[in-house]
Design a protein around this ligand. Structure first.
Ligand SMILES: [Zn+2]
Length: 444
């Protein structure tokens, strides 16, 4: 069975206990804090990155490979971290893998730093849980996808091409090299790491976000289901780590020029765009933590979905989150001893209520349209927003809001559905309203 087939098969047998195993299993040390602590004070230059890659290549848990050259002759380097005994294996014989691409835009530093910190950590750790992760998952990375852009401090490469608008044609040596490497490694999922400018007029860009592949008739259902359930897990852990984030979904009508859409919508690989917000109050520590945490949650999900048929569900692979108080004091490392789940006394549930506060049912709208819902009561973990049945966004933080840009829609009538979902994404209560988009109202 192919890896993708195996993932699909294991998806079918997944039950609730699997998804709760992070909470009910034995908790490990704060791996996220340990990894974030490994980043340098200043982001790596290209020359420093090459020197780190050379140093890492000497570790028995690292495989390094030059997968291509830029137009200016700089190397595009792939680094894989794996169990030491897997070092000599070709990609096809490795355990399932997660493929990370960082810094297609030369000025966006946090992805590279997260990738290098992850590599350093897994290359040297003696933590039992982390070693178990490496036995089950190989993490493959291109930490610096745009070396010429990094060297010149530009978003684009030396041919003045935006690499993350190049995945439909693969006309650039950097995107071609990465696409070929992904084809060889056949990952279970791809992450593309980016950063958001401090100031942006786009409503979707106000804070960290994750964008992935949503339900669509032309997308294999297991791909969108896998992307969605994993996004729910990421949202849950981001909340525990006090890292605010939004979550968006792409359908197949979107342009395939972006990396995560190419891998998700064209290649059928679950794919995720991670965007960390930059600017005042968003230090490199916090931005790197966002990428590292997202990566670990996705890795955790892949391990469970790939192996759980044969393994006990309490297999611990996720770190214990620090409390918000610990978080503000810096990333802490709690003792790595086993923690038993607390016995919870059942409290009477408050009935669920859901209202769509804005806009009014039947409204005619144009421009940036805020859809705001109010939800109270117990028994939901996530709030989703769908337009005409297509999942568009998910949030965990009140006020539950999705900003619809009418430019993405032709004039006409649309059904907006807001749903409260349980722990594994199952809708428990939903409300709908009808909107008429009239783009001539834009900018008024
Ligand atoms: Zn970017």
């Amino acid at each position: 069975m192919t890896r993708r087939g195996a993932l699909k098969a294991s998806w079918l047998v997944l039950g609730l206990t699997v998804w709760l195993s992070g909470a009910t299993g034995v908790c490990a040390a704060d791996i996220v804090g340990d990894i974030v602590a490994l980043q340098p004070l200043q982001p790596h230059t290209y020359v420093e990155f090459i020197s780190v890659a050379r140093e890492l290549a000497g570790c028995d848990r690292i495989t390094a490979e030059r997968i291509g050259y830029t137009d200016k002759g700089r190397a595009v380097v792939l680094l894989a971290v794996h169990a030491a005994e897997h070092r000599a294996l070709p990609p096809s014989e490795h355990p399932p893998c997660l493929f990370i691409i960082a810094r297609q835009h030369g000025t966006e530093t946090a992805g590279t730093e997260a990738a290098l910190a992850l590599l350093r950590y897994f290359a040297t750790t003696r933590d039992e849980v982390s070693l178990r992760i490496l036995q089950q998952l190989t993490i493959v990375m291109v930490p610096m996808a745009n070396p010429d852009g990094v060297a010149a401090s530009t978003r684009r490469n030396s041919a003045n091409v935006d690499l993350n608008r190049n995945w439909d044609t693969l006309s650039q040596p950097e995107t071609r090299a990465i696409a070929e490497a992904v084809a060889r490694w056949q990952p279970l999922a791809v992450i593309d790491m980016h950063e958001l400018p401090a100031t942006s007029s786009k409503a979707a860009f106000t804070q960290n976000f994750v964008q992935t592949i949503g339900y669509d008739q032309t997308v294999p259902q297991w791909v969108s289901a896998d992307c969605h359930i994993c996004t729910l897990r990421i949202a849950d852990w981001m909340r525990r780590y006090d890292l605010p984030a939004n979550f968006y979904y792409d359908q197949s009508n979107r342009a395939k020029t972006l990396c995560h859409r190419y891998f998700g919508l064209v290649c059928g690989i679950p794919a995720f765009l991670f965007e960390s917000k930059t600017g005042p109050g968003h230090g490199l520590d916090e931005r790197v933590a966002f990428h590292v945490l997202g990566t670990l949650v996705l890795g955790n999900h892949l391990i469970h979905s790939y192996y759980d048929k044969d393994r006990p569900t309490e297999t611990p692979v996720m770190a214990a989150a620090p409390s918000p108080a610990q978080r503000t004091a810096g990333y802490t490392t709690p003792a790595s001893s086993a923690v038993q789940p607390p016995h919870e006394t059942p409290v009477p549930a408050t009935p669920l209520e859901l209202h769509i506060l804005k806009p009014a049912d039947g409204a005619t709208v144009g421009g940036m349209v805020r859809i705001v819902a109010q939800a109270t009561g117990d028994g939901f973990s996530y709030v989703t927003f769908s337009i005409d049945g297509a999942l568009k966004a998910m949030t965990t933080a009140a006020p539950y809001t999705y900003i619809l840009d009418s430019e993405d829609y032709a004039d006409g009538e649309y059904r907006v559905e807001v749903a409260l979902c349980g722990d594994v994404g199952q809708p428990v209560l939903s409300k709908a309203c009808v909107l008429t988009v009239n783009n001539s109202l834009r900018g008024r």
